[in-house]
Design a protein around this ligand. Structure first.
Ligand code: NAD
Ligand code: TYD
Length: 340
């Protein structure tokens, strides 16, 4: 089996590439633009394996995508590449729309032209928008995205689905909840709070901190994607949740306890515009059809993640240099939070 992974230098894509290269004999090509979020250091453990290769490129570049899909003829495309951060999508929506919508369109077109036998489109529970308790999104729930990021993902999901309905392209769509684990760029909640706490810096909490997210350990997500790559039904959508809903303040409380840092590091800052209050989803369909279940519980996963960040201070320092500082200033300086 040959698989083309897009965005394999990012957080989840690199975990998936590491898992596939170390556990299977499949050939893997990682196609990634290496934006601020892409980091080949994440693939150090597999980069010399003969079954793995890296190709730098933009999924919105029709020529490059066609040359690769038409020339290499993968058996499957697993599409992770995206601009993945809500706050950045609020500050600068243009690259989000270009990559998430136009980039997905370009890949779908190449897959259609070259009759790729499998197209797994990686999406998010954020497309369902905010849900009042006790509601949980199922795969047929209405789409109600709130941010440029989630709207672009909802649009790309619909486009992917249309390629199945119209052209019979064998598409499978996955919608996962919030991921956490090693190698996550320290702009998302958990790695940002760990990195700041370990350096005794303030932890910027948006609004009242009572927003609820469902937390999924990244390796559990990757195992679900592998199961669906092999056994998911064509044209179907599958939710992937960690079955662990927590308010942000509780996540931060646990994280401070595990790092041995005081609650006084919490700094309440003005809320994110359009902030979704609560995400919740049911993974019943995935469990029923594949037998998958999350294996890493939140306490254990959080402890492992903190250990990883403690042991990788130099990695954090490198990814936070340069452009990250400008982003931090733009996003948090305007909220009156102490710059990093
Ligand atoms: P990430 O930001 O860590 O990585 C994104 C990767 O895509 C980077 O390596 C980047 O260089 C690459 N990329 C960006 N634009 C590109 C382009 N135009 N062409 C080629 N490569 C490009 O993202 P992540 O957190 O690993 O998320 C991966 C996927 O999973 C995304 O599709 C995201 O929407 C989805 N998802 C993420 C989460 C989460 O909690 N992080 C949850 C559910 C779904
Ligand atoms: P985030 O990791 O950006 O994921 P998403 O918005 O895609 O769910 O944020 C998770 C939650 O944490 C969300 O409710 C916003 C909140 N948050 C903060 O309170 N402060 C921060 O600095 C960040 C990055 C997020």
């Amino acid at each position: 089996m040959r698989i083309l992974v897009t965005g394999g230098a990012g957080f989840i894509g690199s975990a998936f590439v590491r898992m596939i290269v170390s556990e299977t004999g499949w050939e893997v090509t990682n196609f990634d633009k290496l934006t601020y979020a892409g980091n080949l250091e994440n693939l150090g453990s597999v980069e010399h394996r003969p079954s793995y290769r890296f190709v730098q490129g933009d999924i919105a570049d029709e020529g490059a995508v066609n040359a690769l899909v038409g020339g290499w003829k993968p058996d499957a495309i697993v599409h992770f590449a995206a601009e993945s951060h809500v706050d950045r999508s609020i500050l600068s929506p243009e690259p989000v729309i270009r990559t998430n919508l136009h980039g997905t369109f370009t890949l779908l077109e190449a897959a259609r032209r070259h009759a790729t036998p499998r197209f797994l489109h990686v999406s998010t529970d954020e497309v369902y928008g905010s849900l009042e308790p006790p509601l949980e999104a199922v795969e047929t729930s209405p789409l109600n995205p709130s941010s440029p990021y989630s709207a672009s993902k909802a649009g790309s999901d619909l486009l992917a689905r249309s390629y199945f309905v119209t052209y019979k392209l064998p598409v499978v769509i996955t919608r996962a909840s919030n991921n956490y684990g090693p190698y996550q760029f320290p702009e998302k909640l958990i790695p940002l709070m760990i990195a700041n706490a370990l350096e005794d810096r303030p932890l910027p909490v948006y609004g009242d901190g009572m927003q609820v997210r469902d937390w999924l350990y990244v390796e559990d997500h990757c195992r679900a994607i592998r199961a669906l790559l092999e056994r998911g039904r064509e044209g179907e959508i599958y939710n992937i949740g960690g079955n662990r809903s927590l308010p942000n303040l509780e996540v931060i409380g646990q994280l401070l306890a595990l790092t041995g840092k005081p609650q006084s590091l919490i700094q309440y800052v003005p809320d994110r515009p359009g902030h979704d209050r609560r995400y919740a989803l049911s993974s019943e369909k995935l469990i029923r059809e594949t037998g998958w279940r999350p294996q890493v519980d939140f306490e254990n996963g959080l402890a492992r993640t903190i250990d990883w960040y403690r042991g990788h201070a130099a990695w954090v320092e490198r990814v936070r240099s340069g452009a990250y500082r400008d982003y931090y200033e733009r996003n948090y300086g305007a909220r009156g939070a102490v710059p990093r």
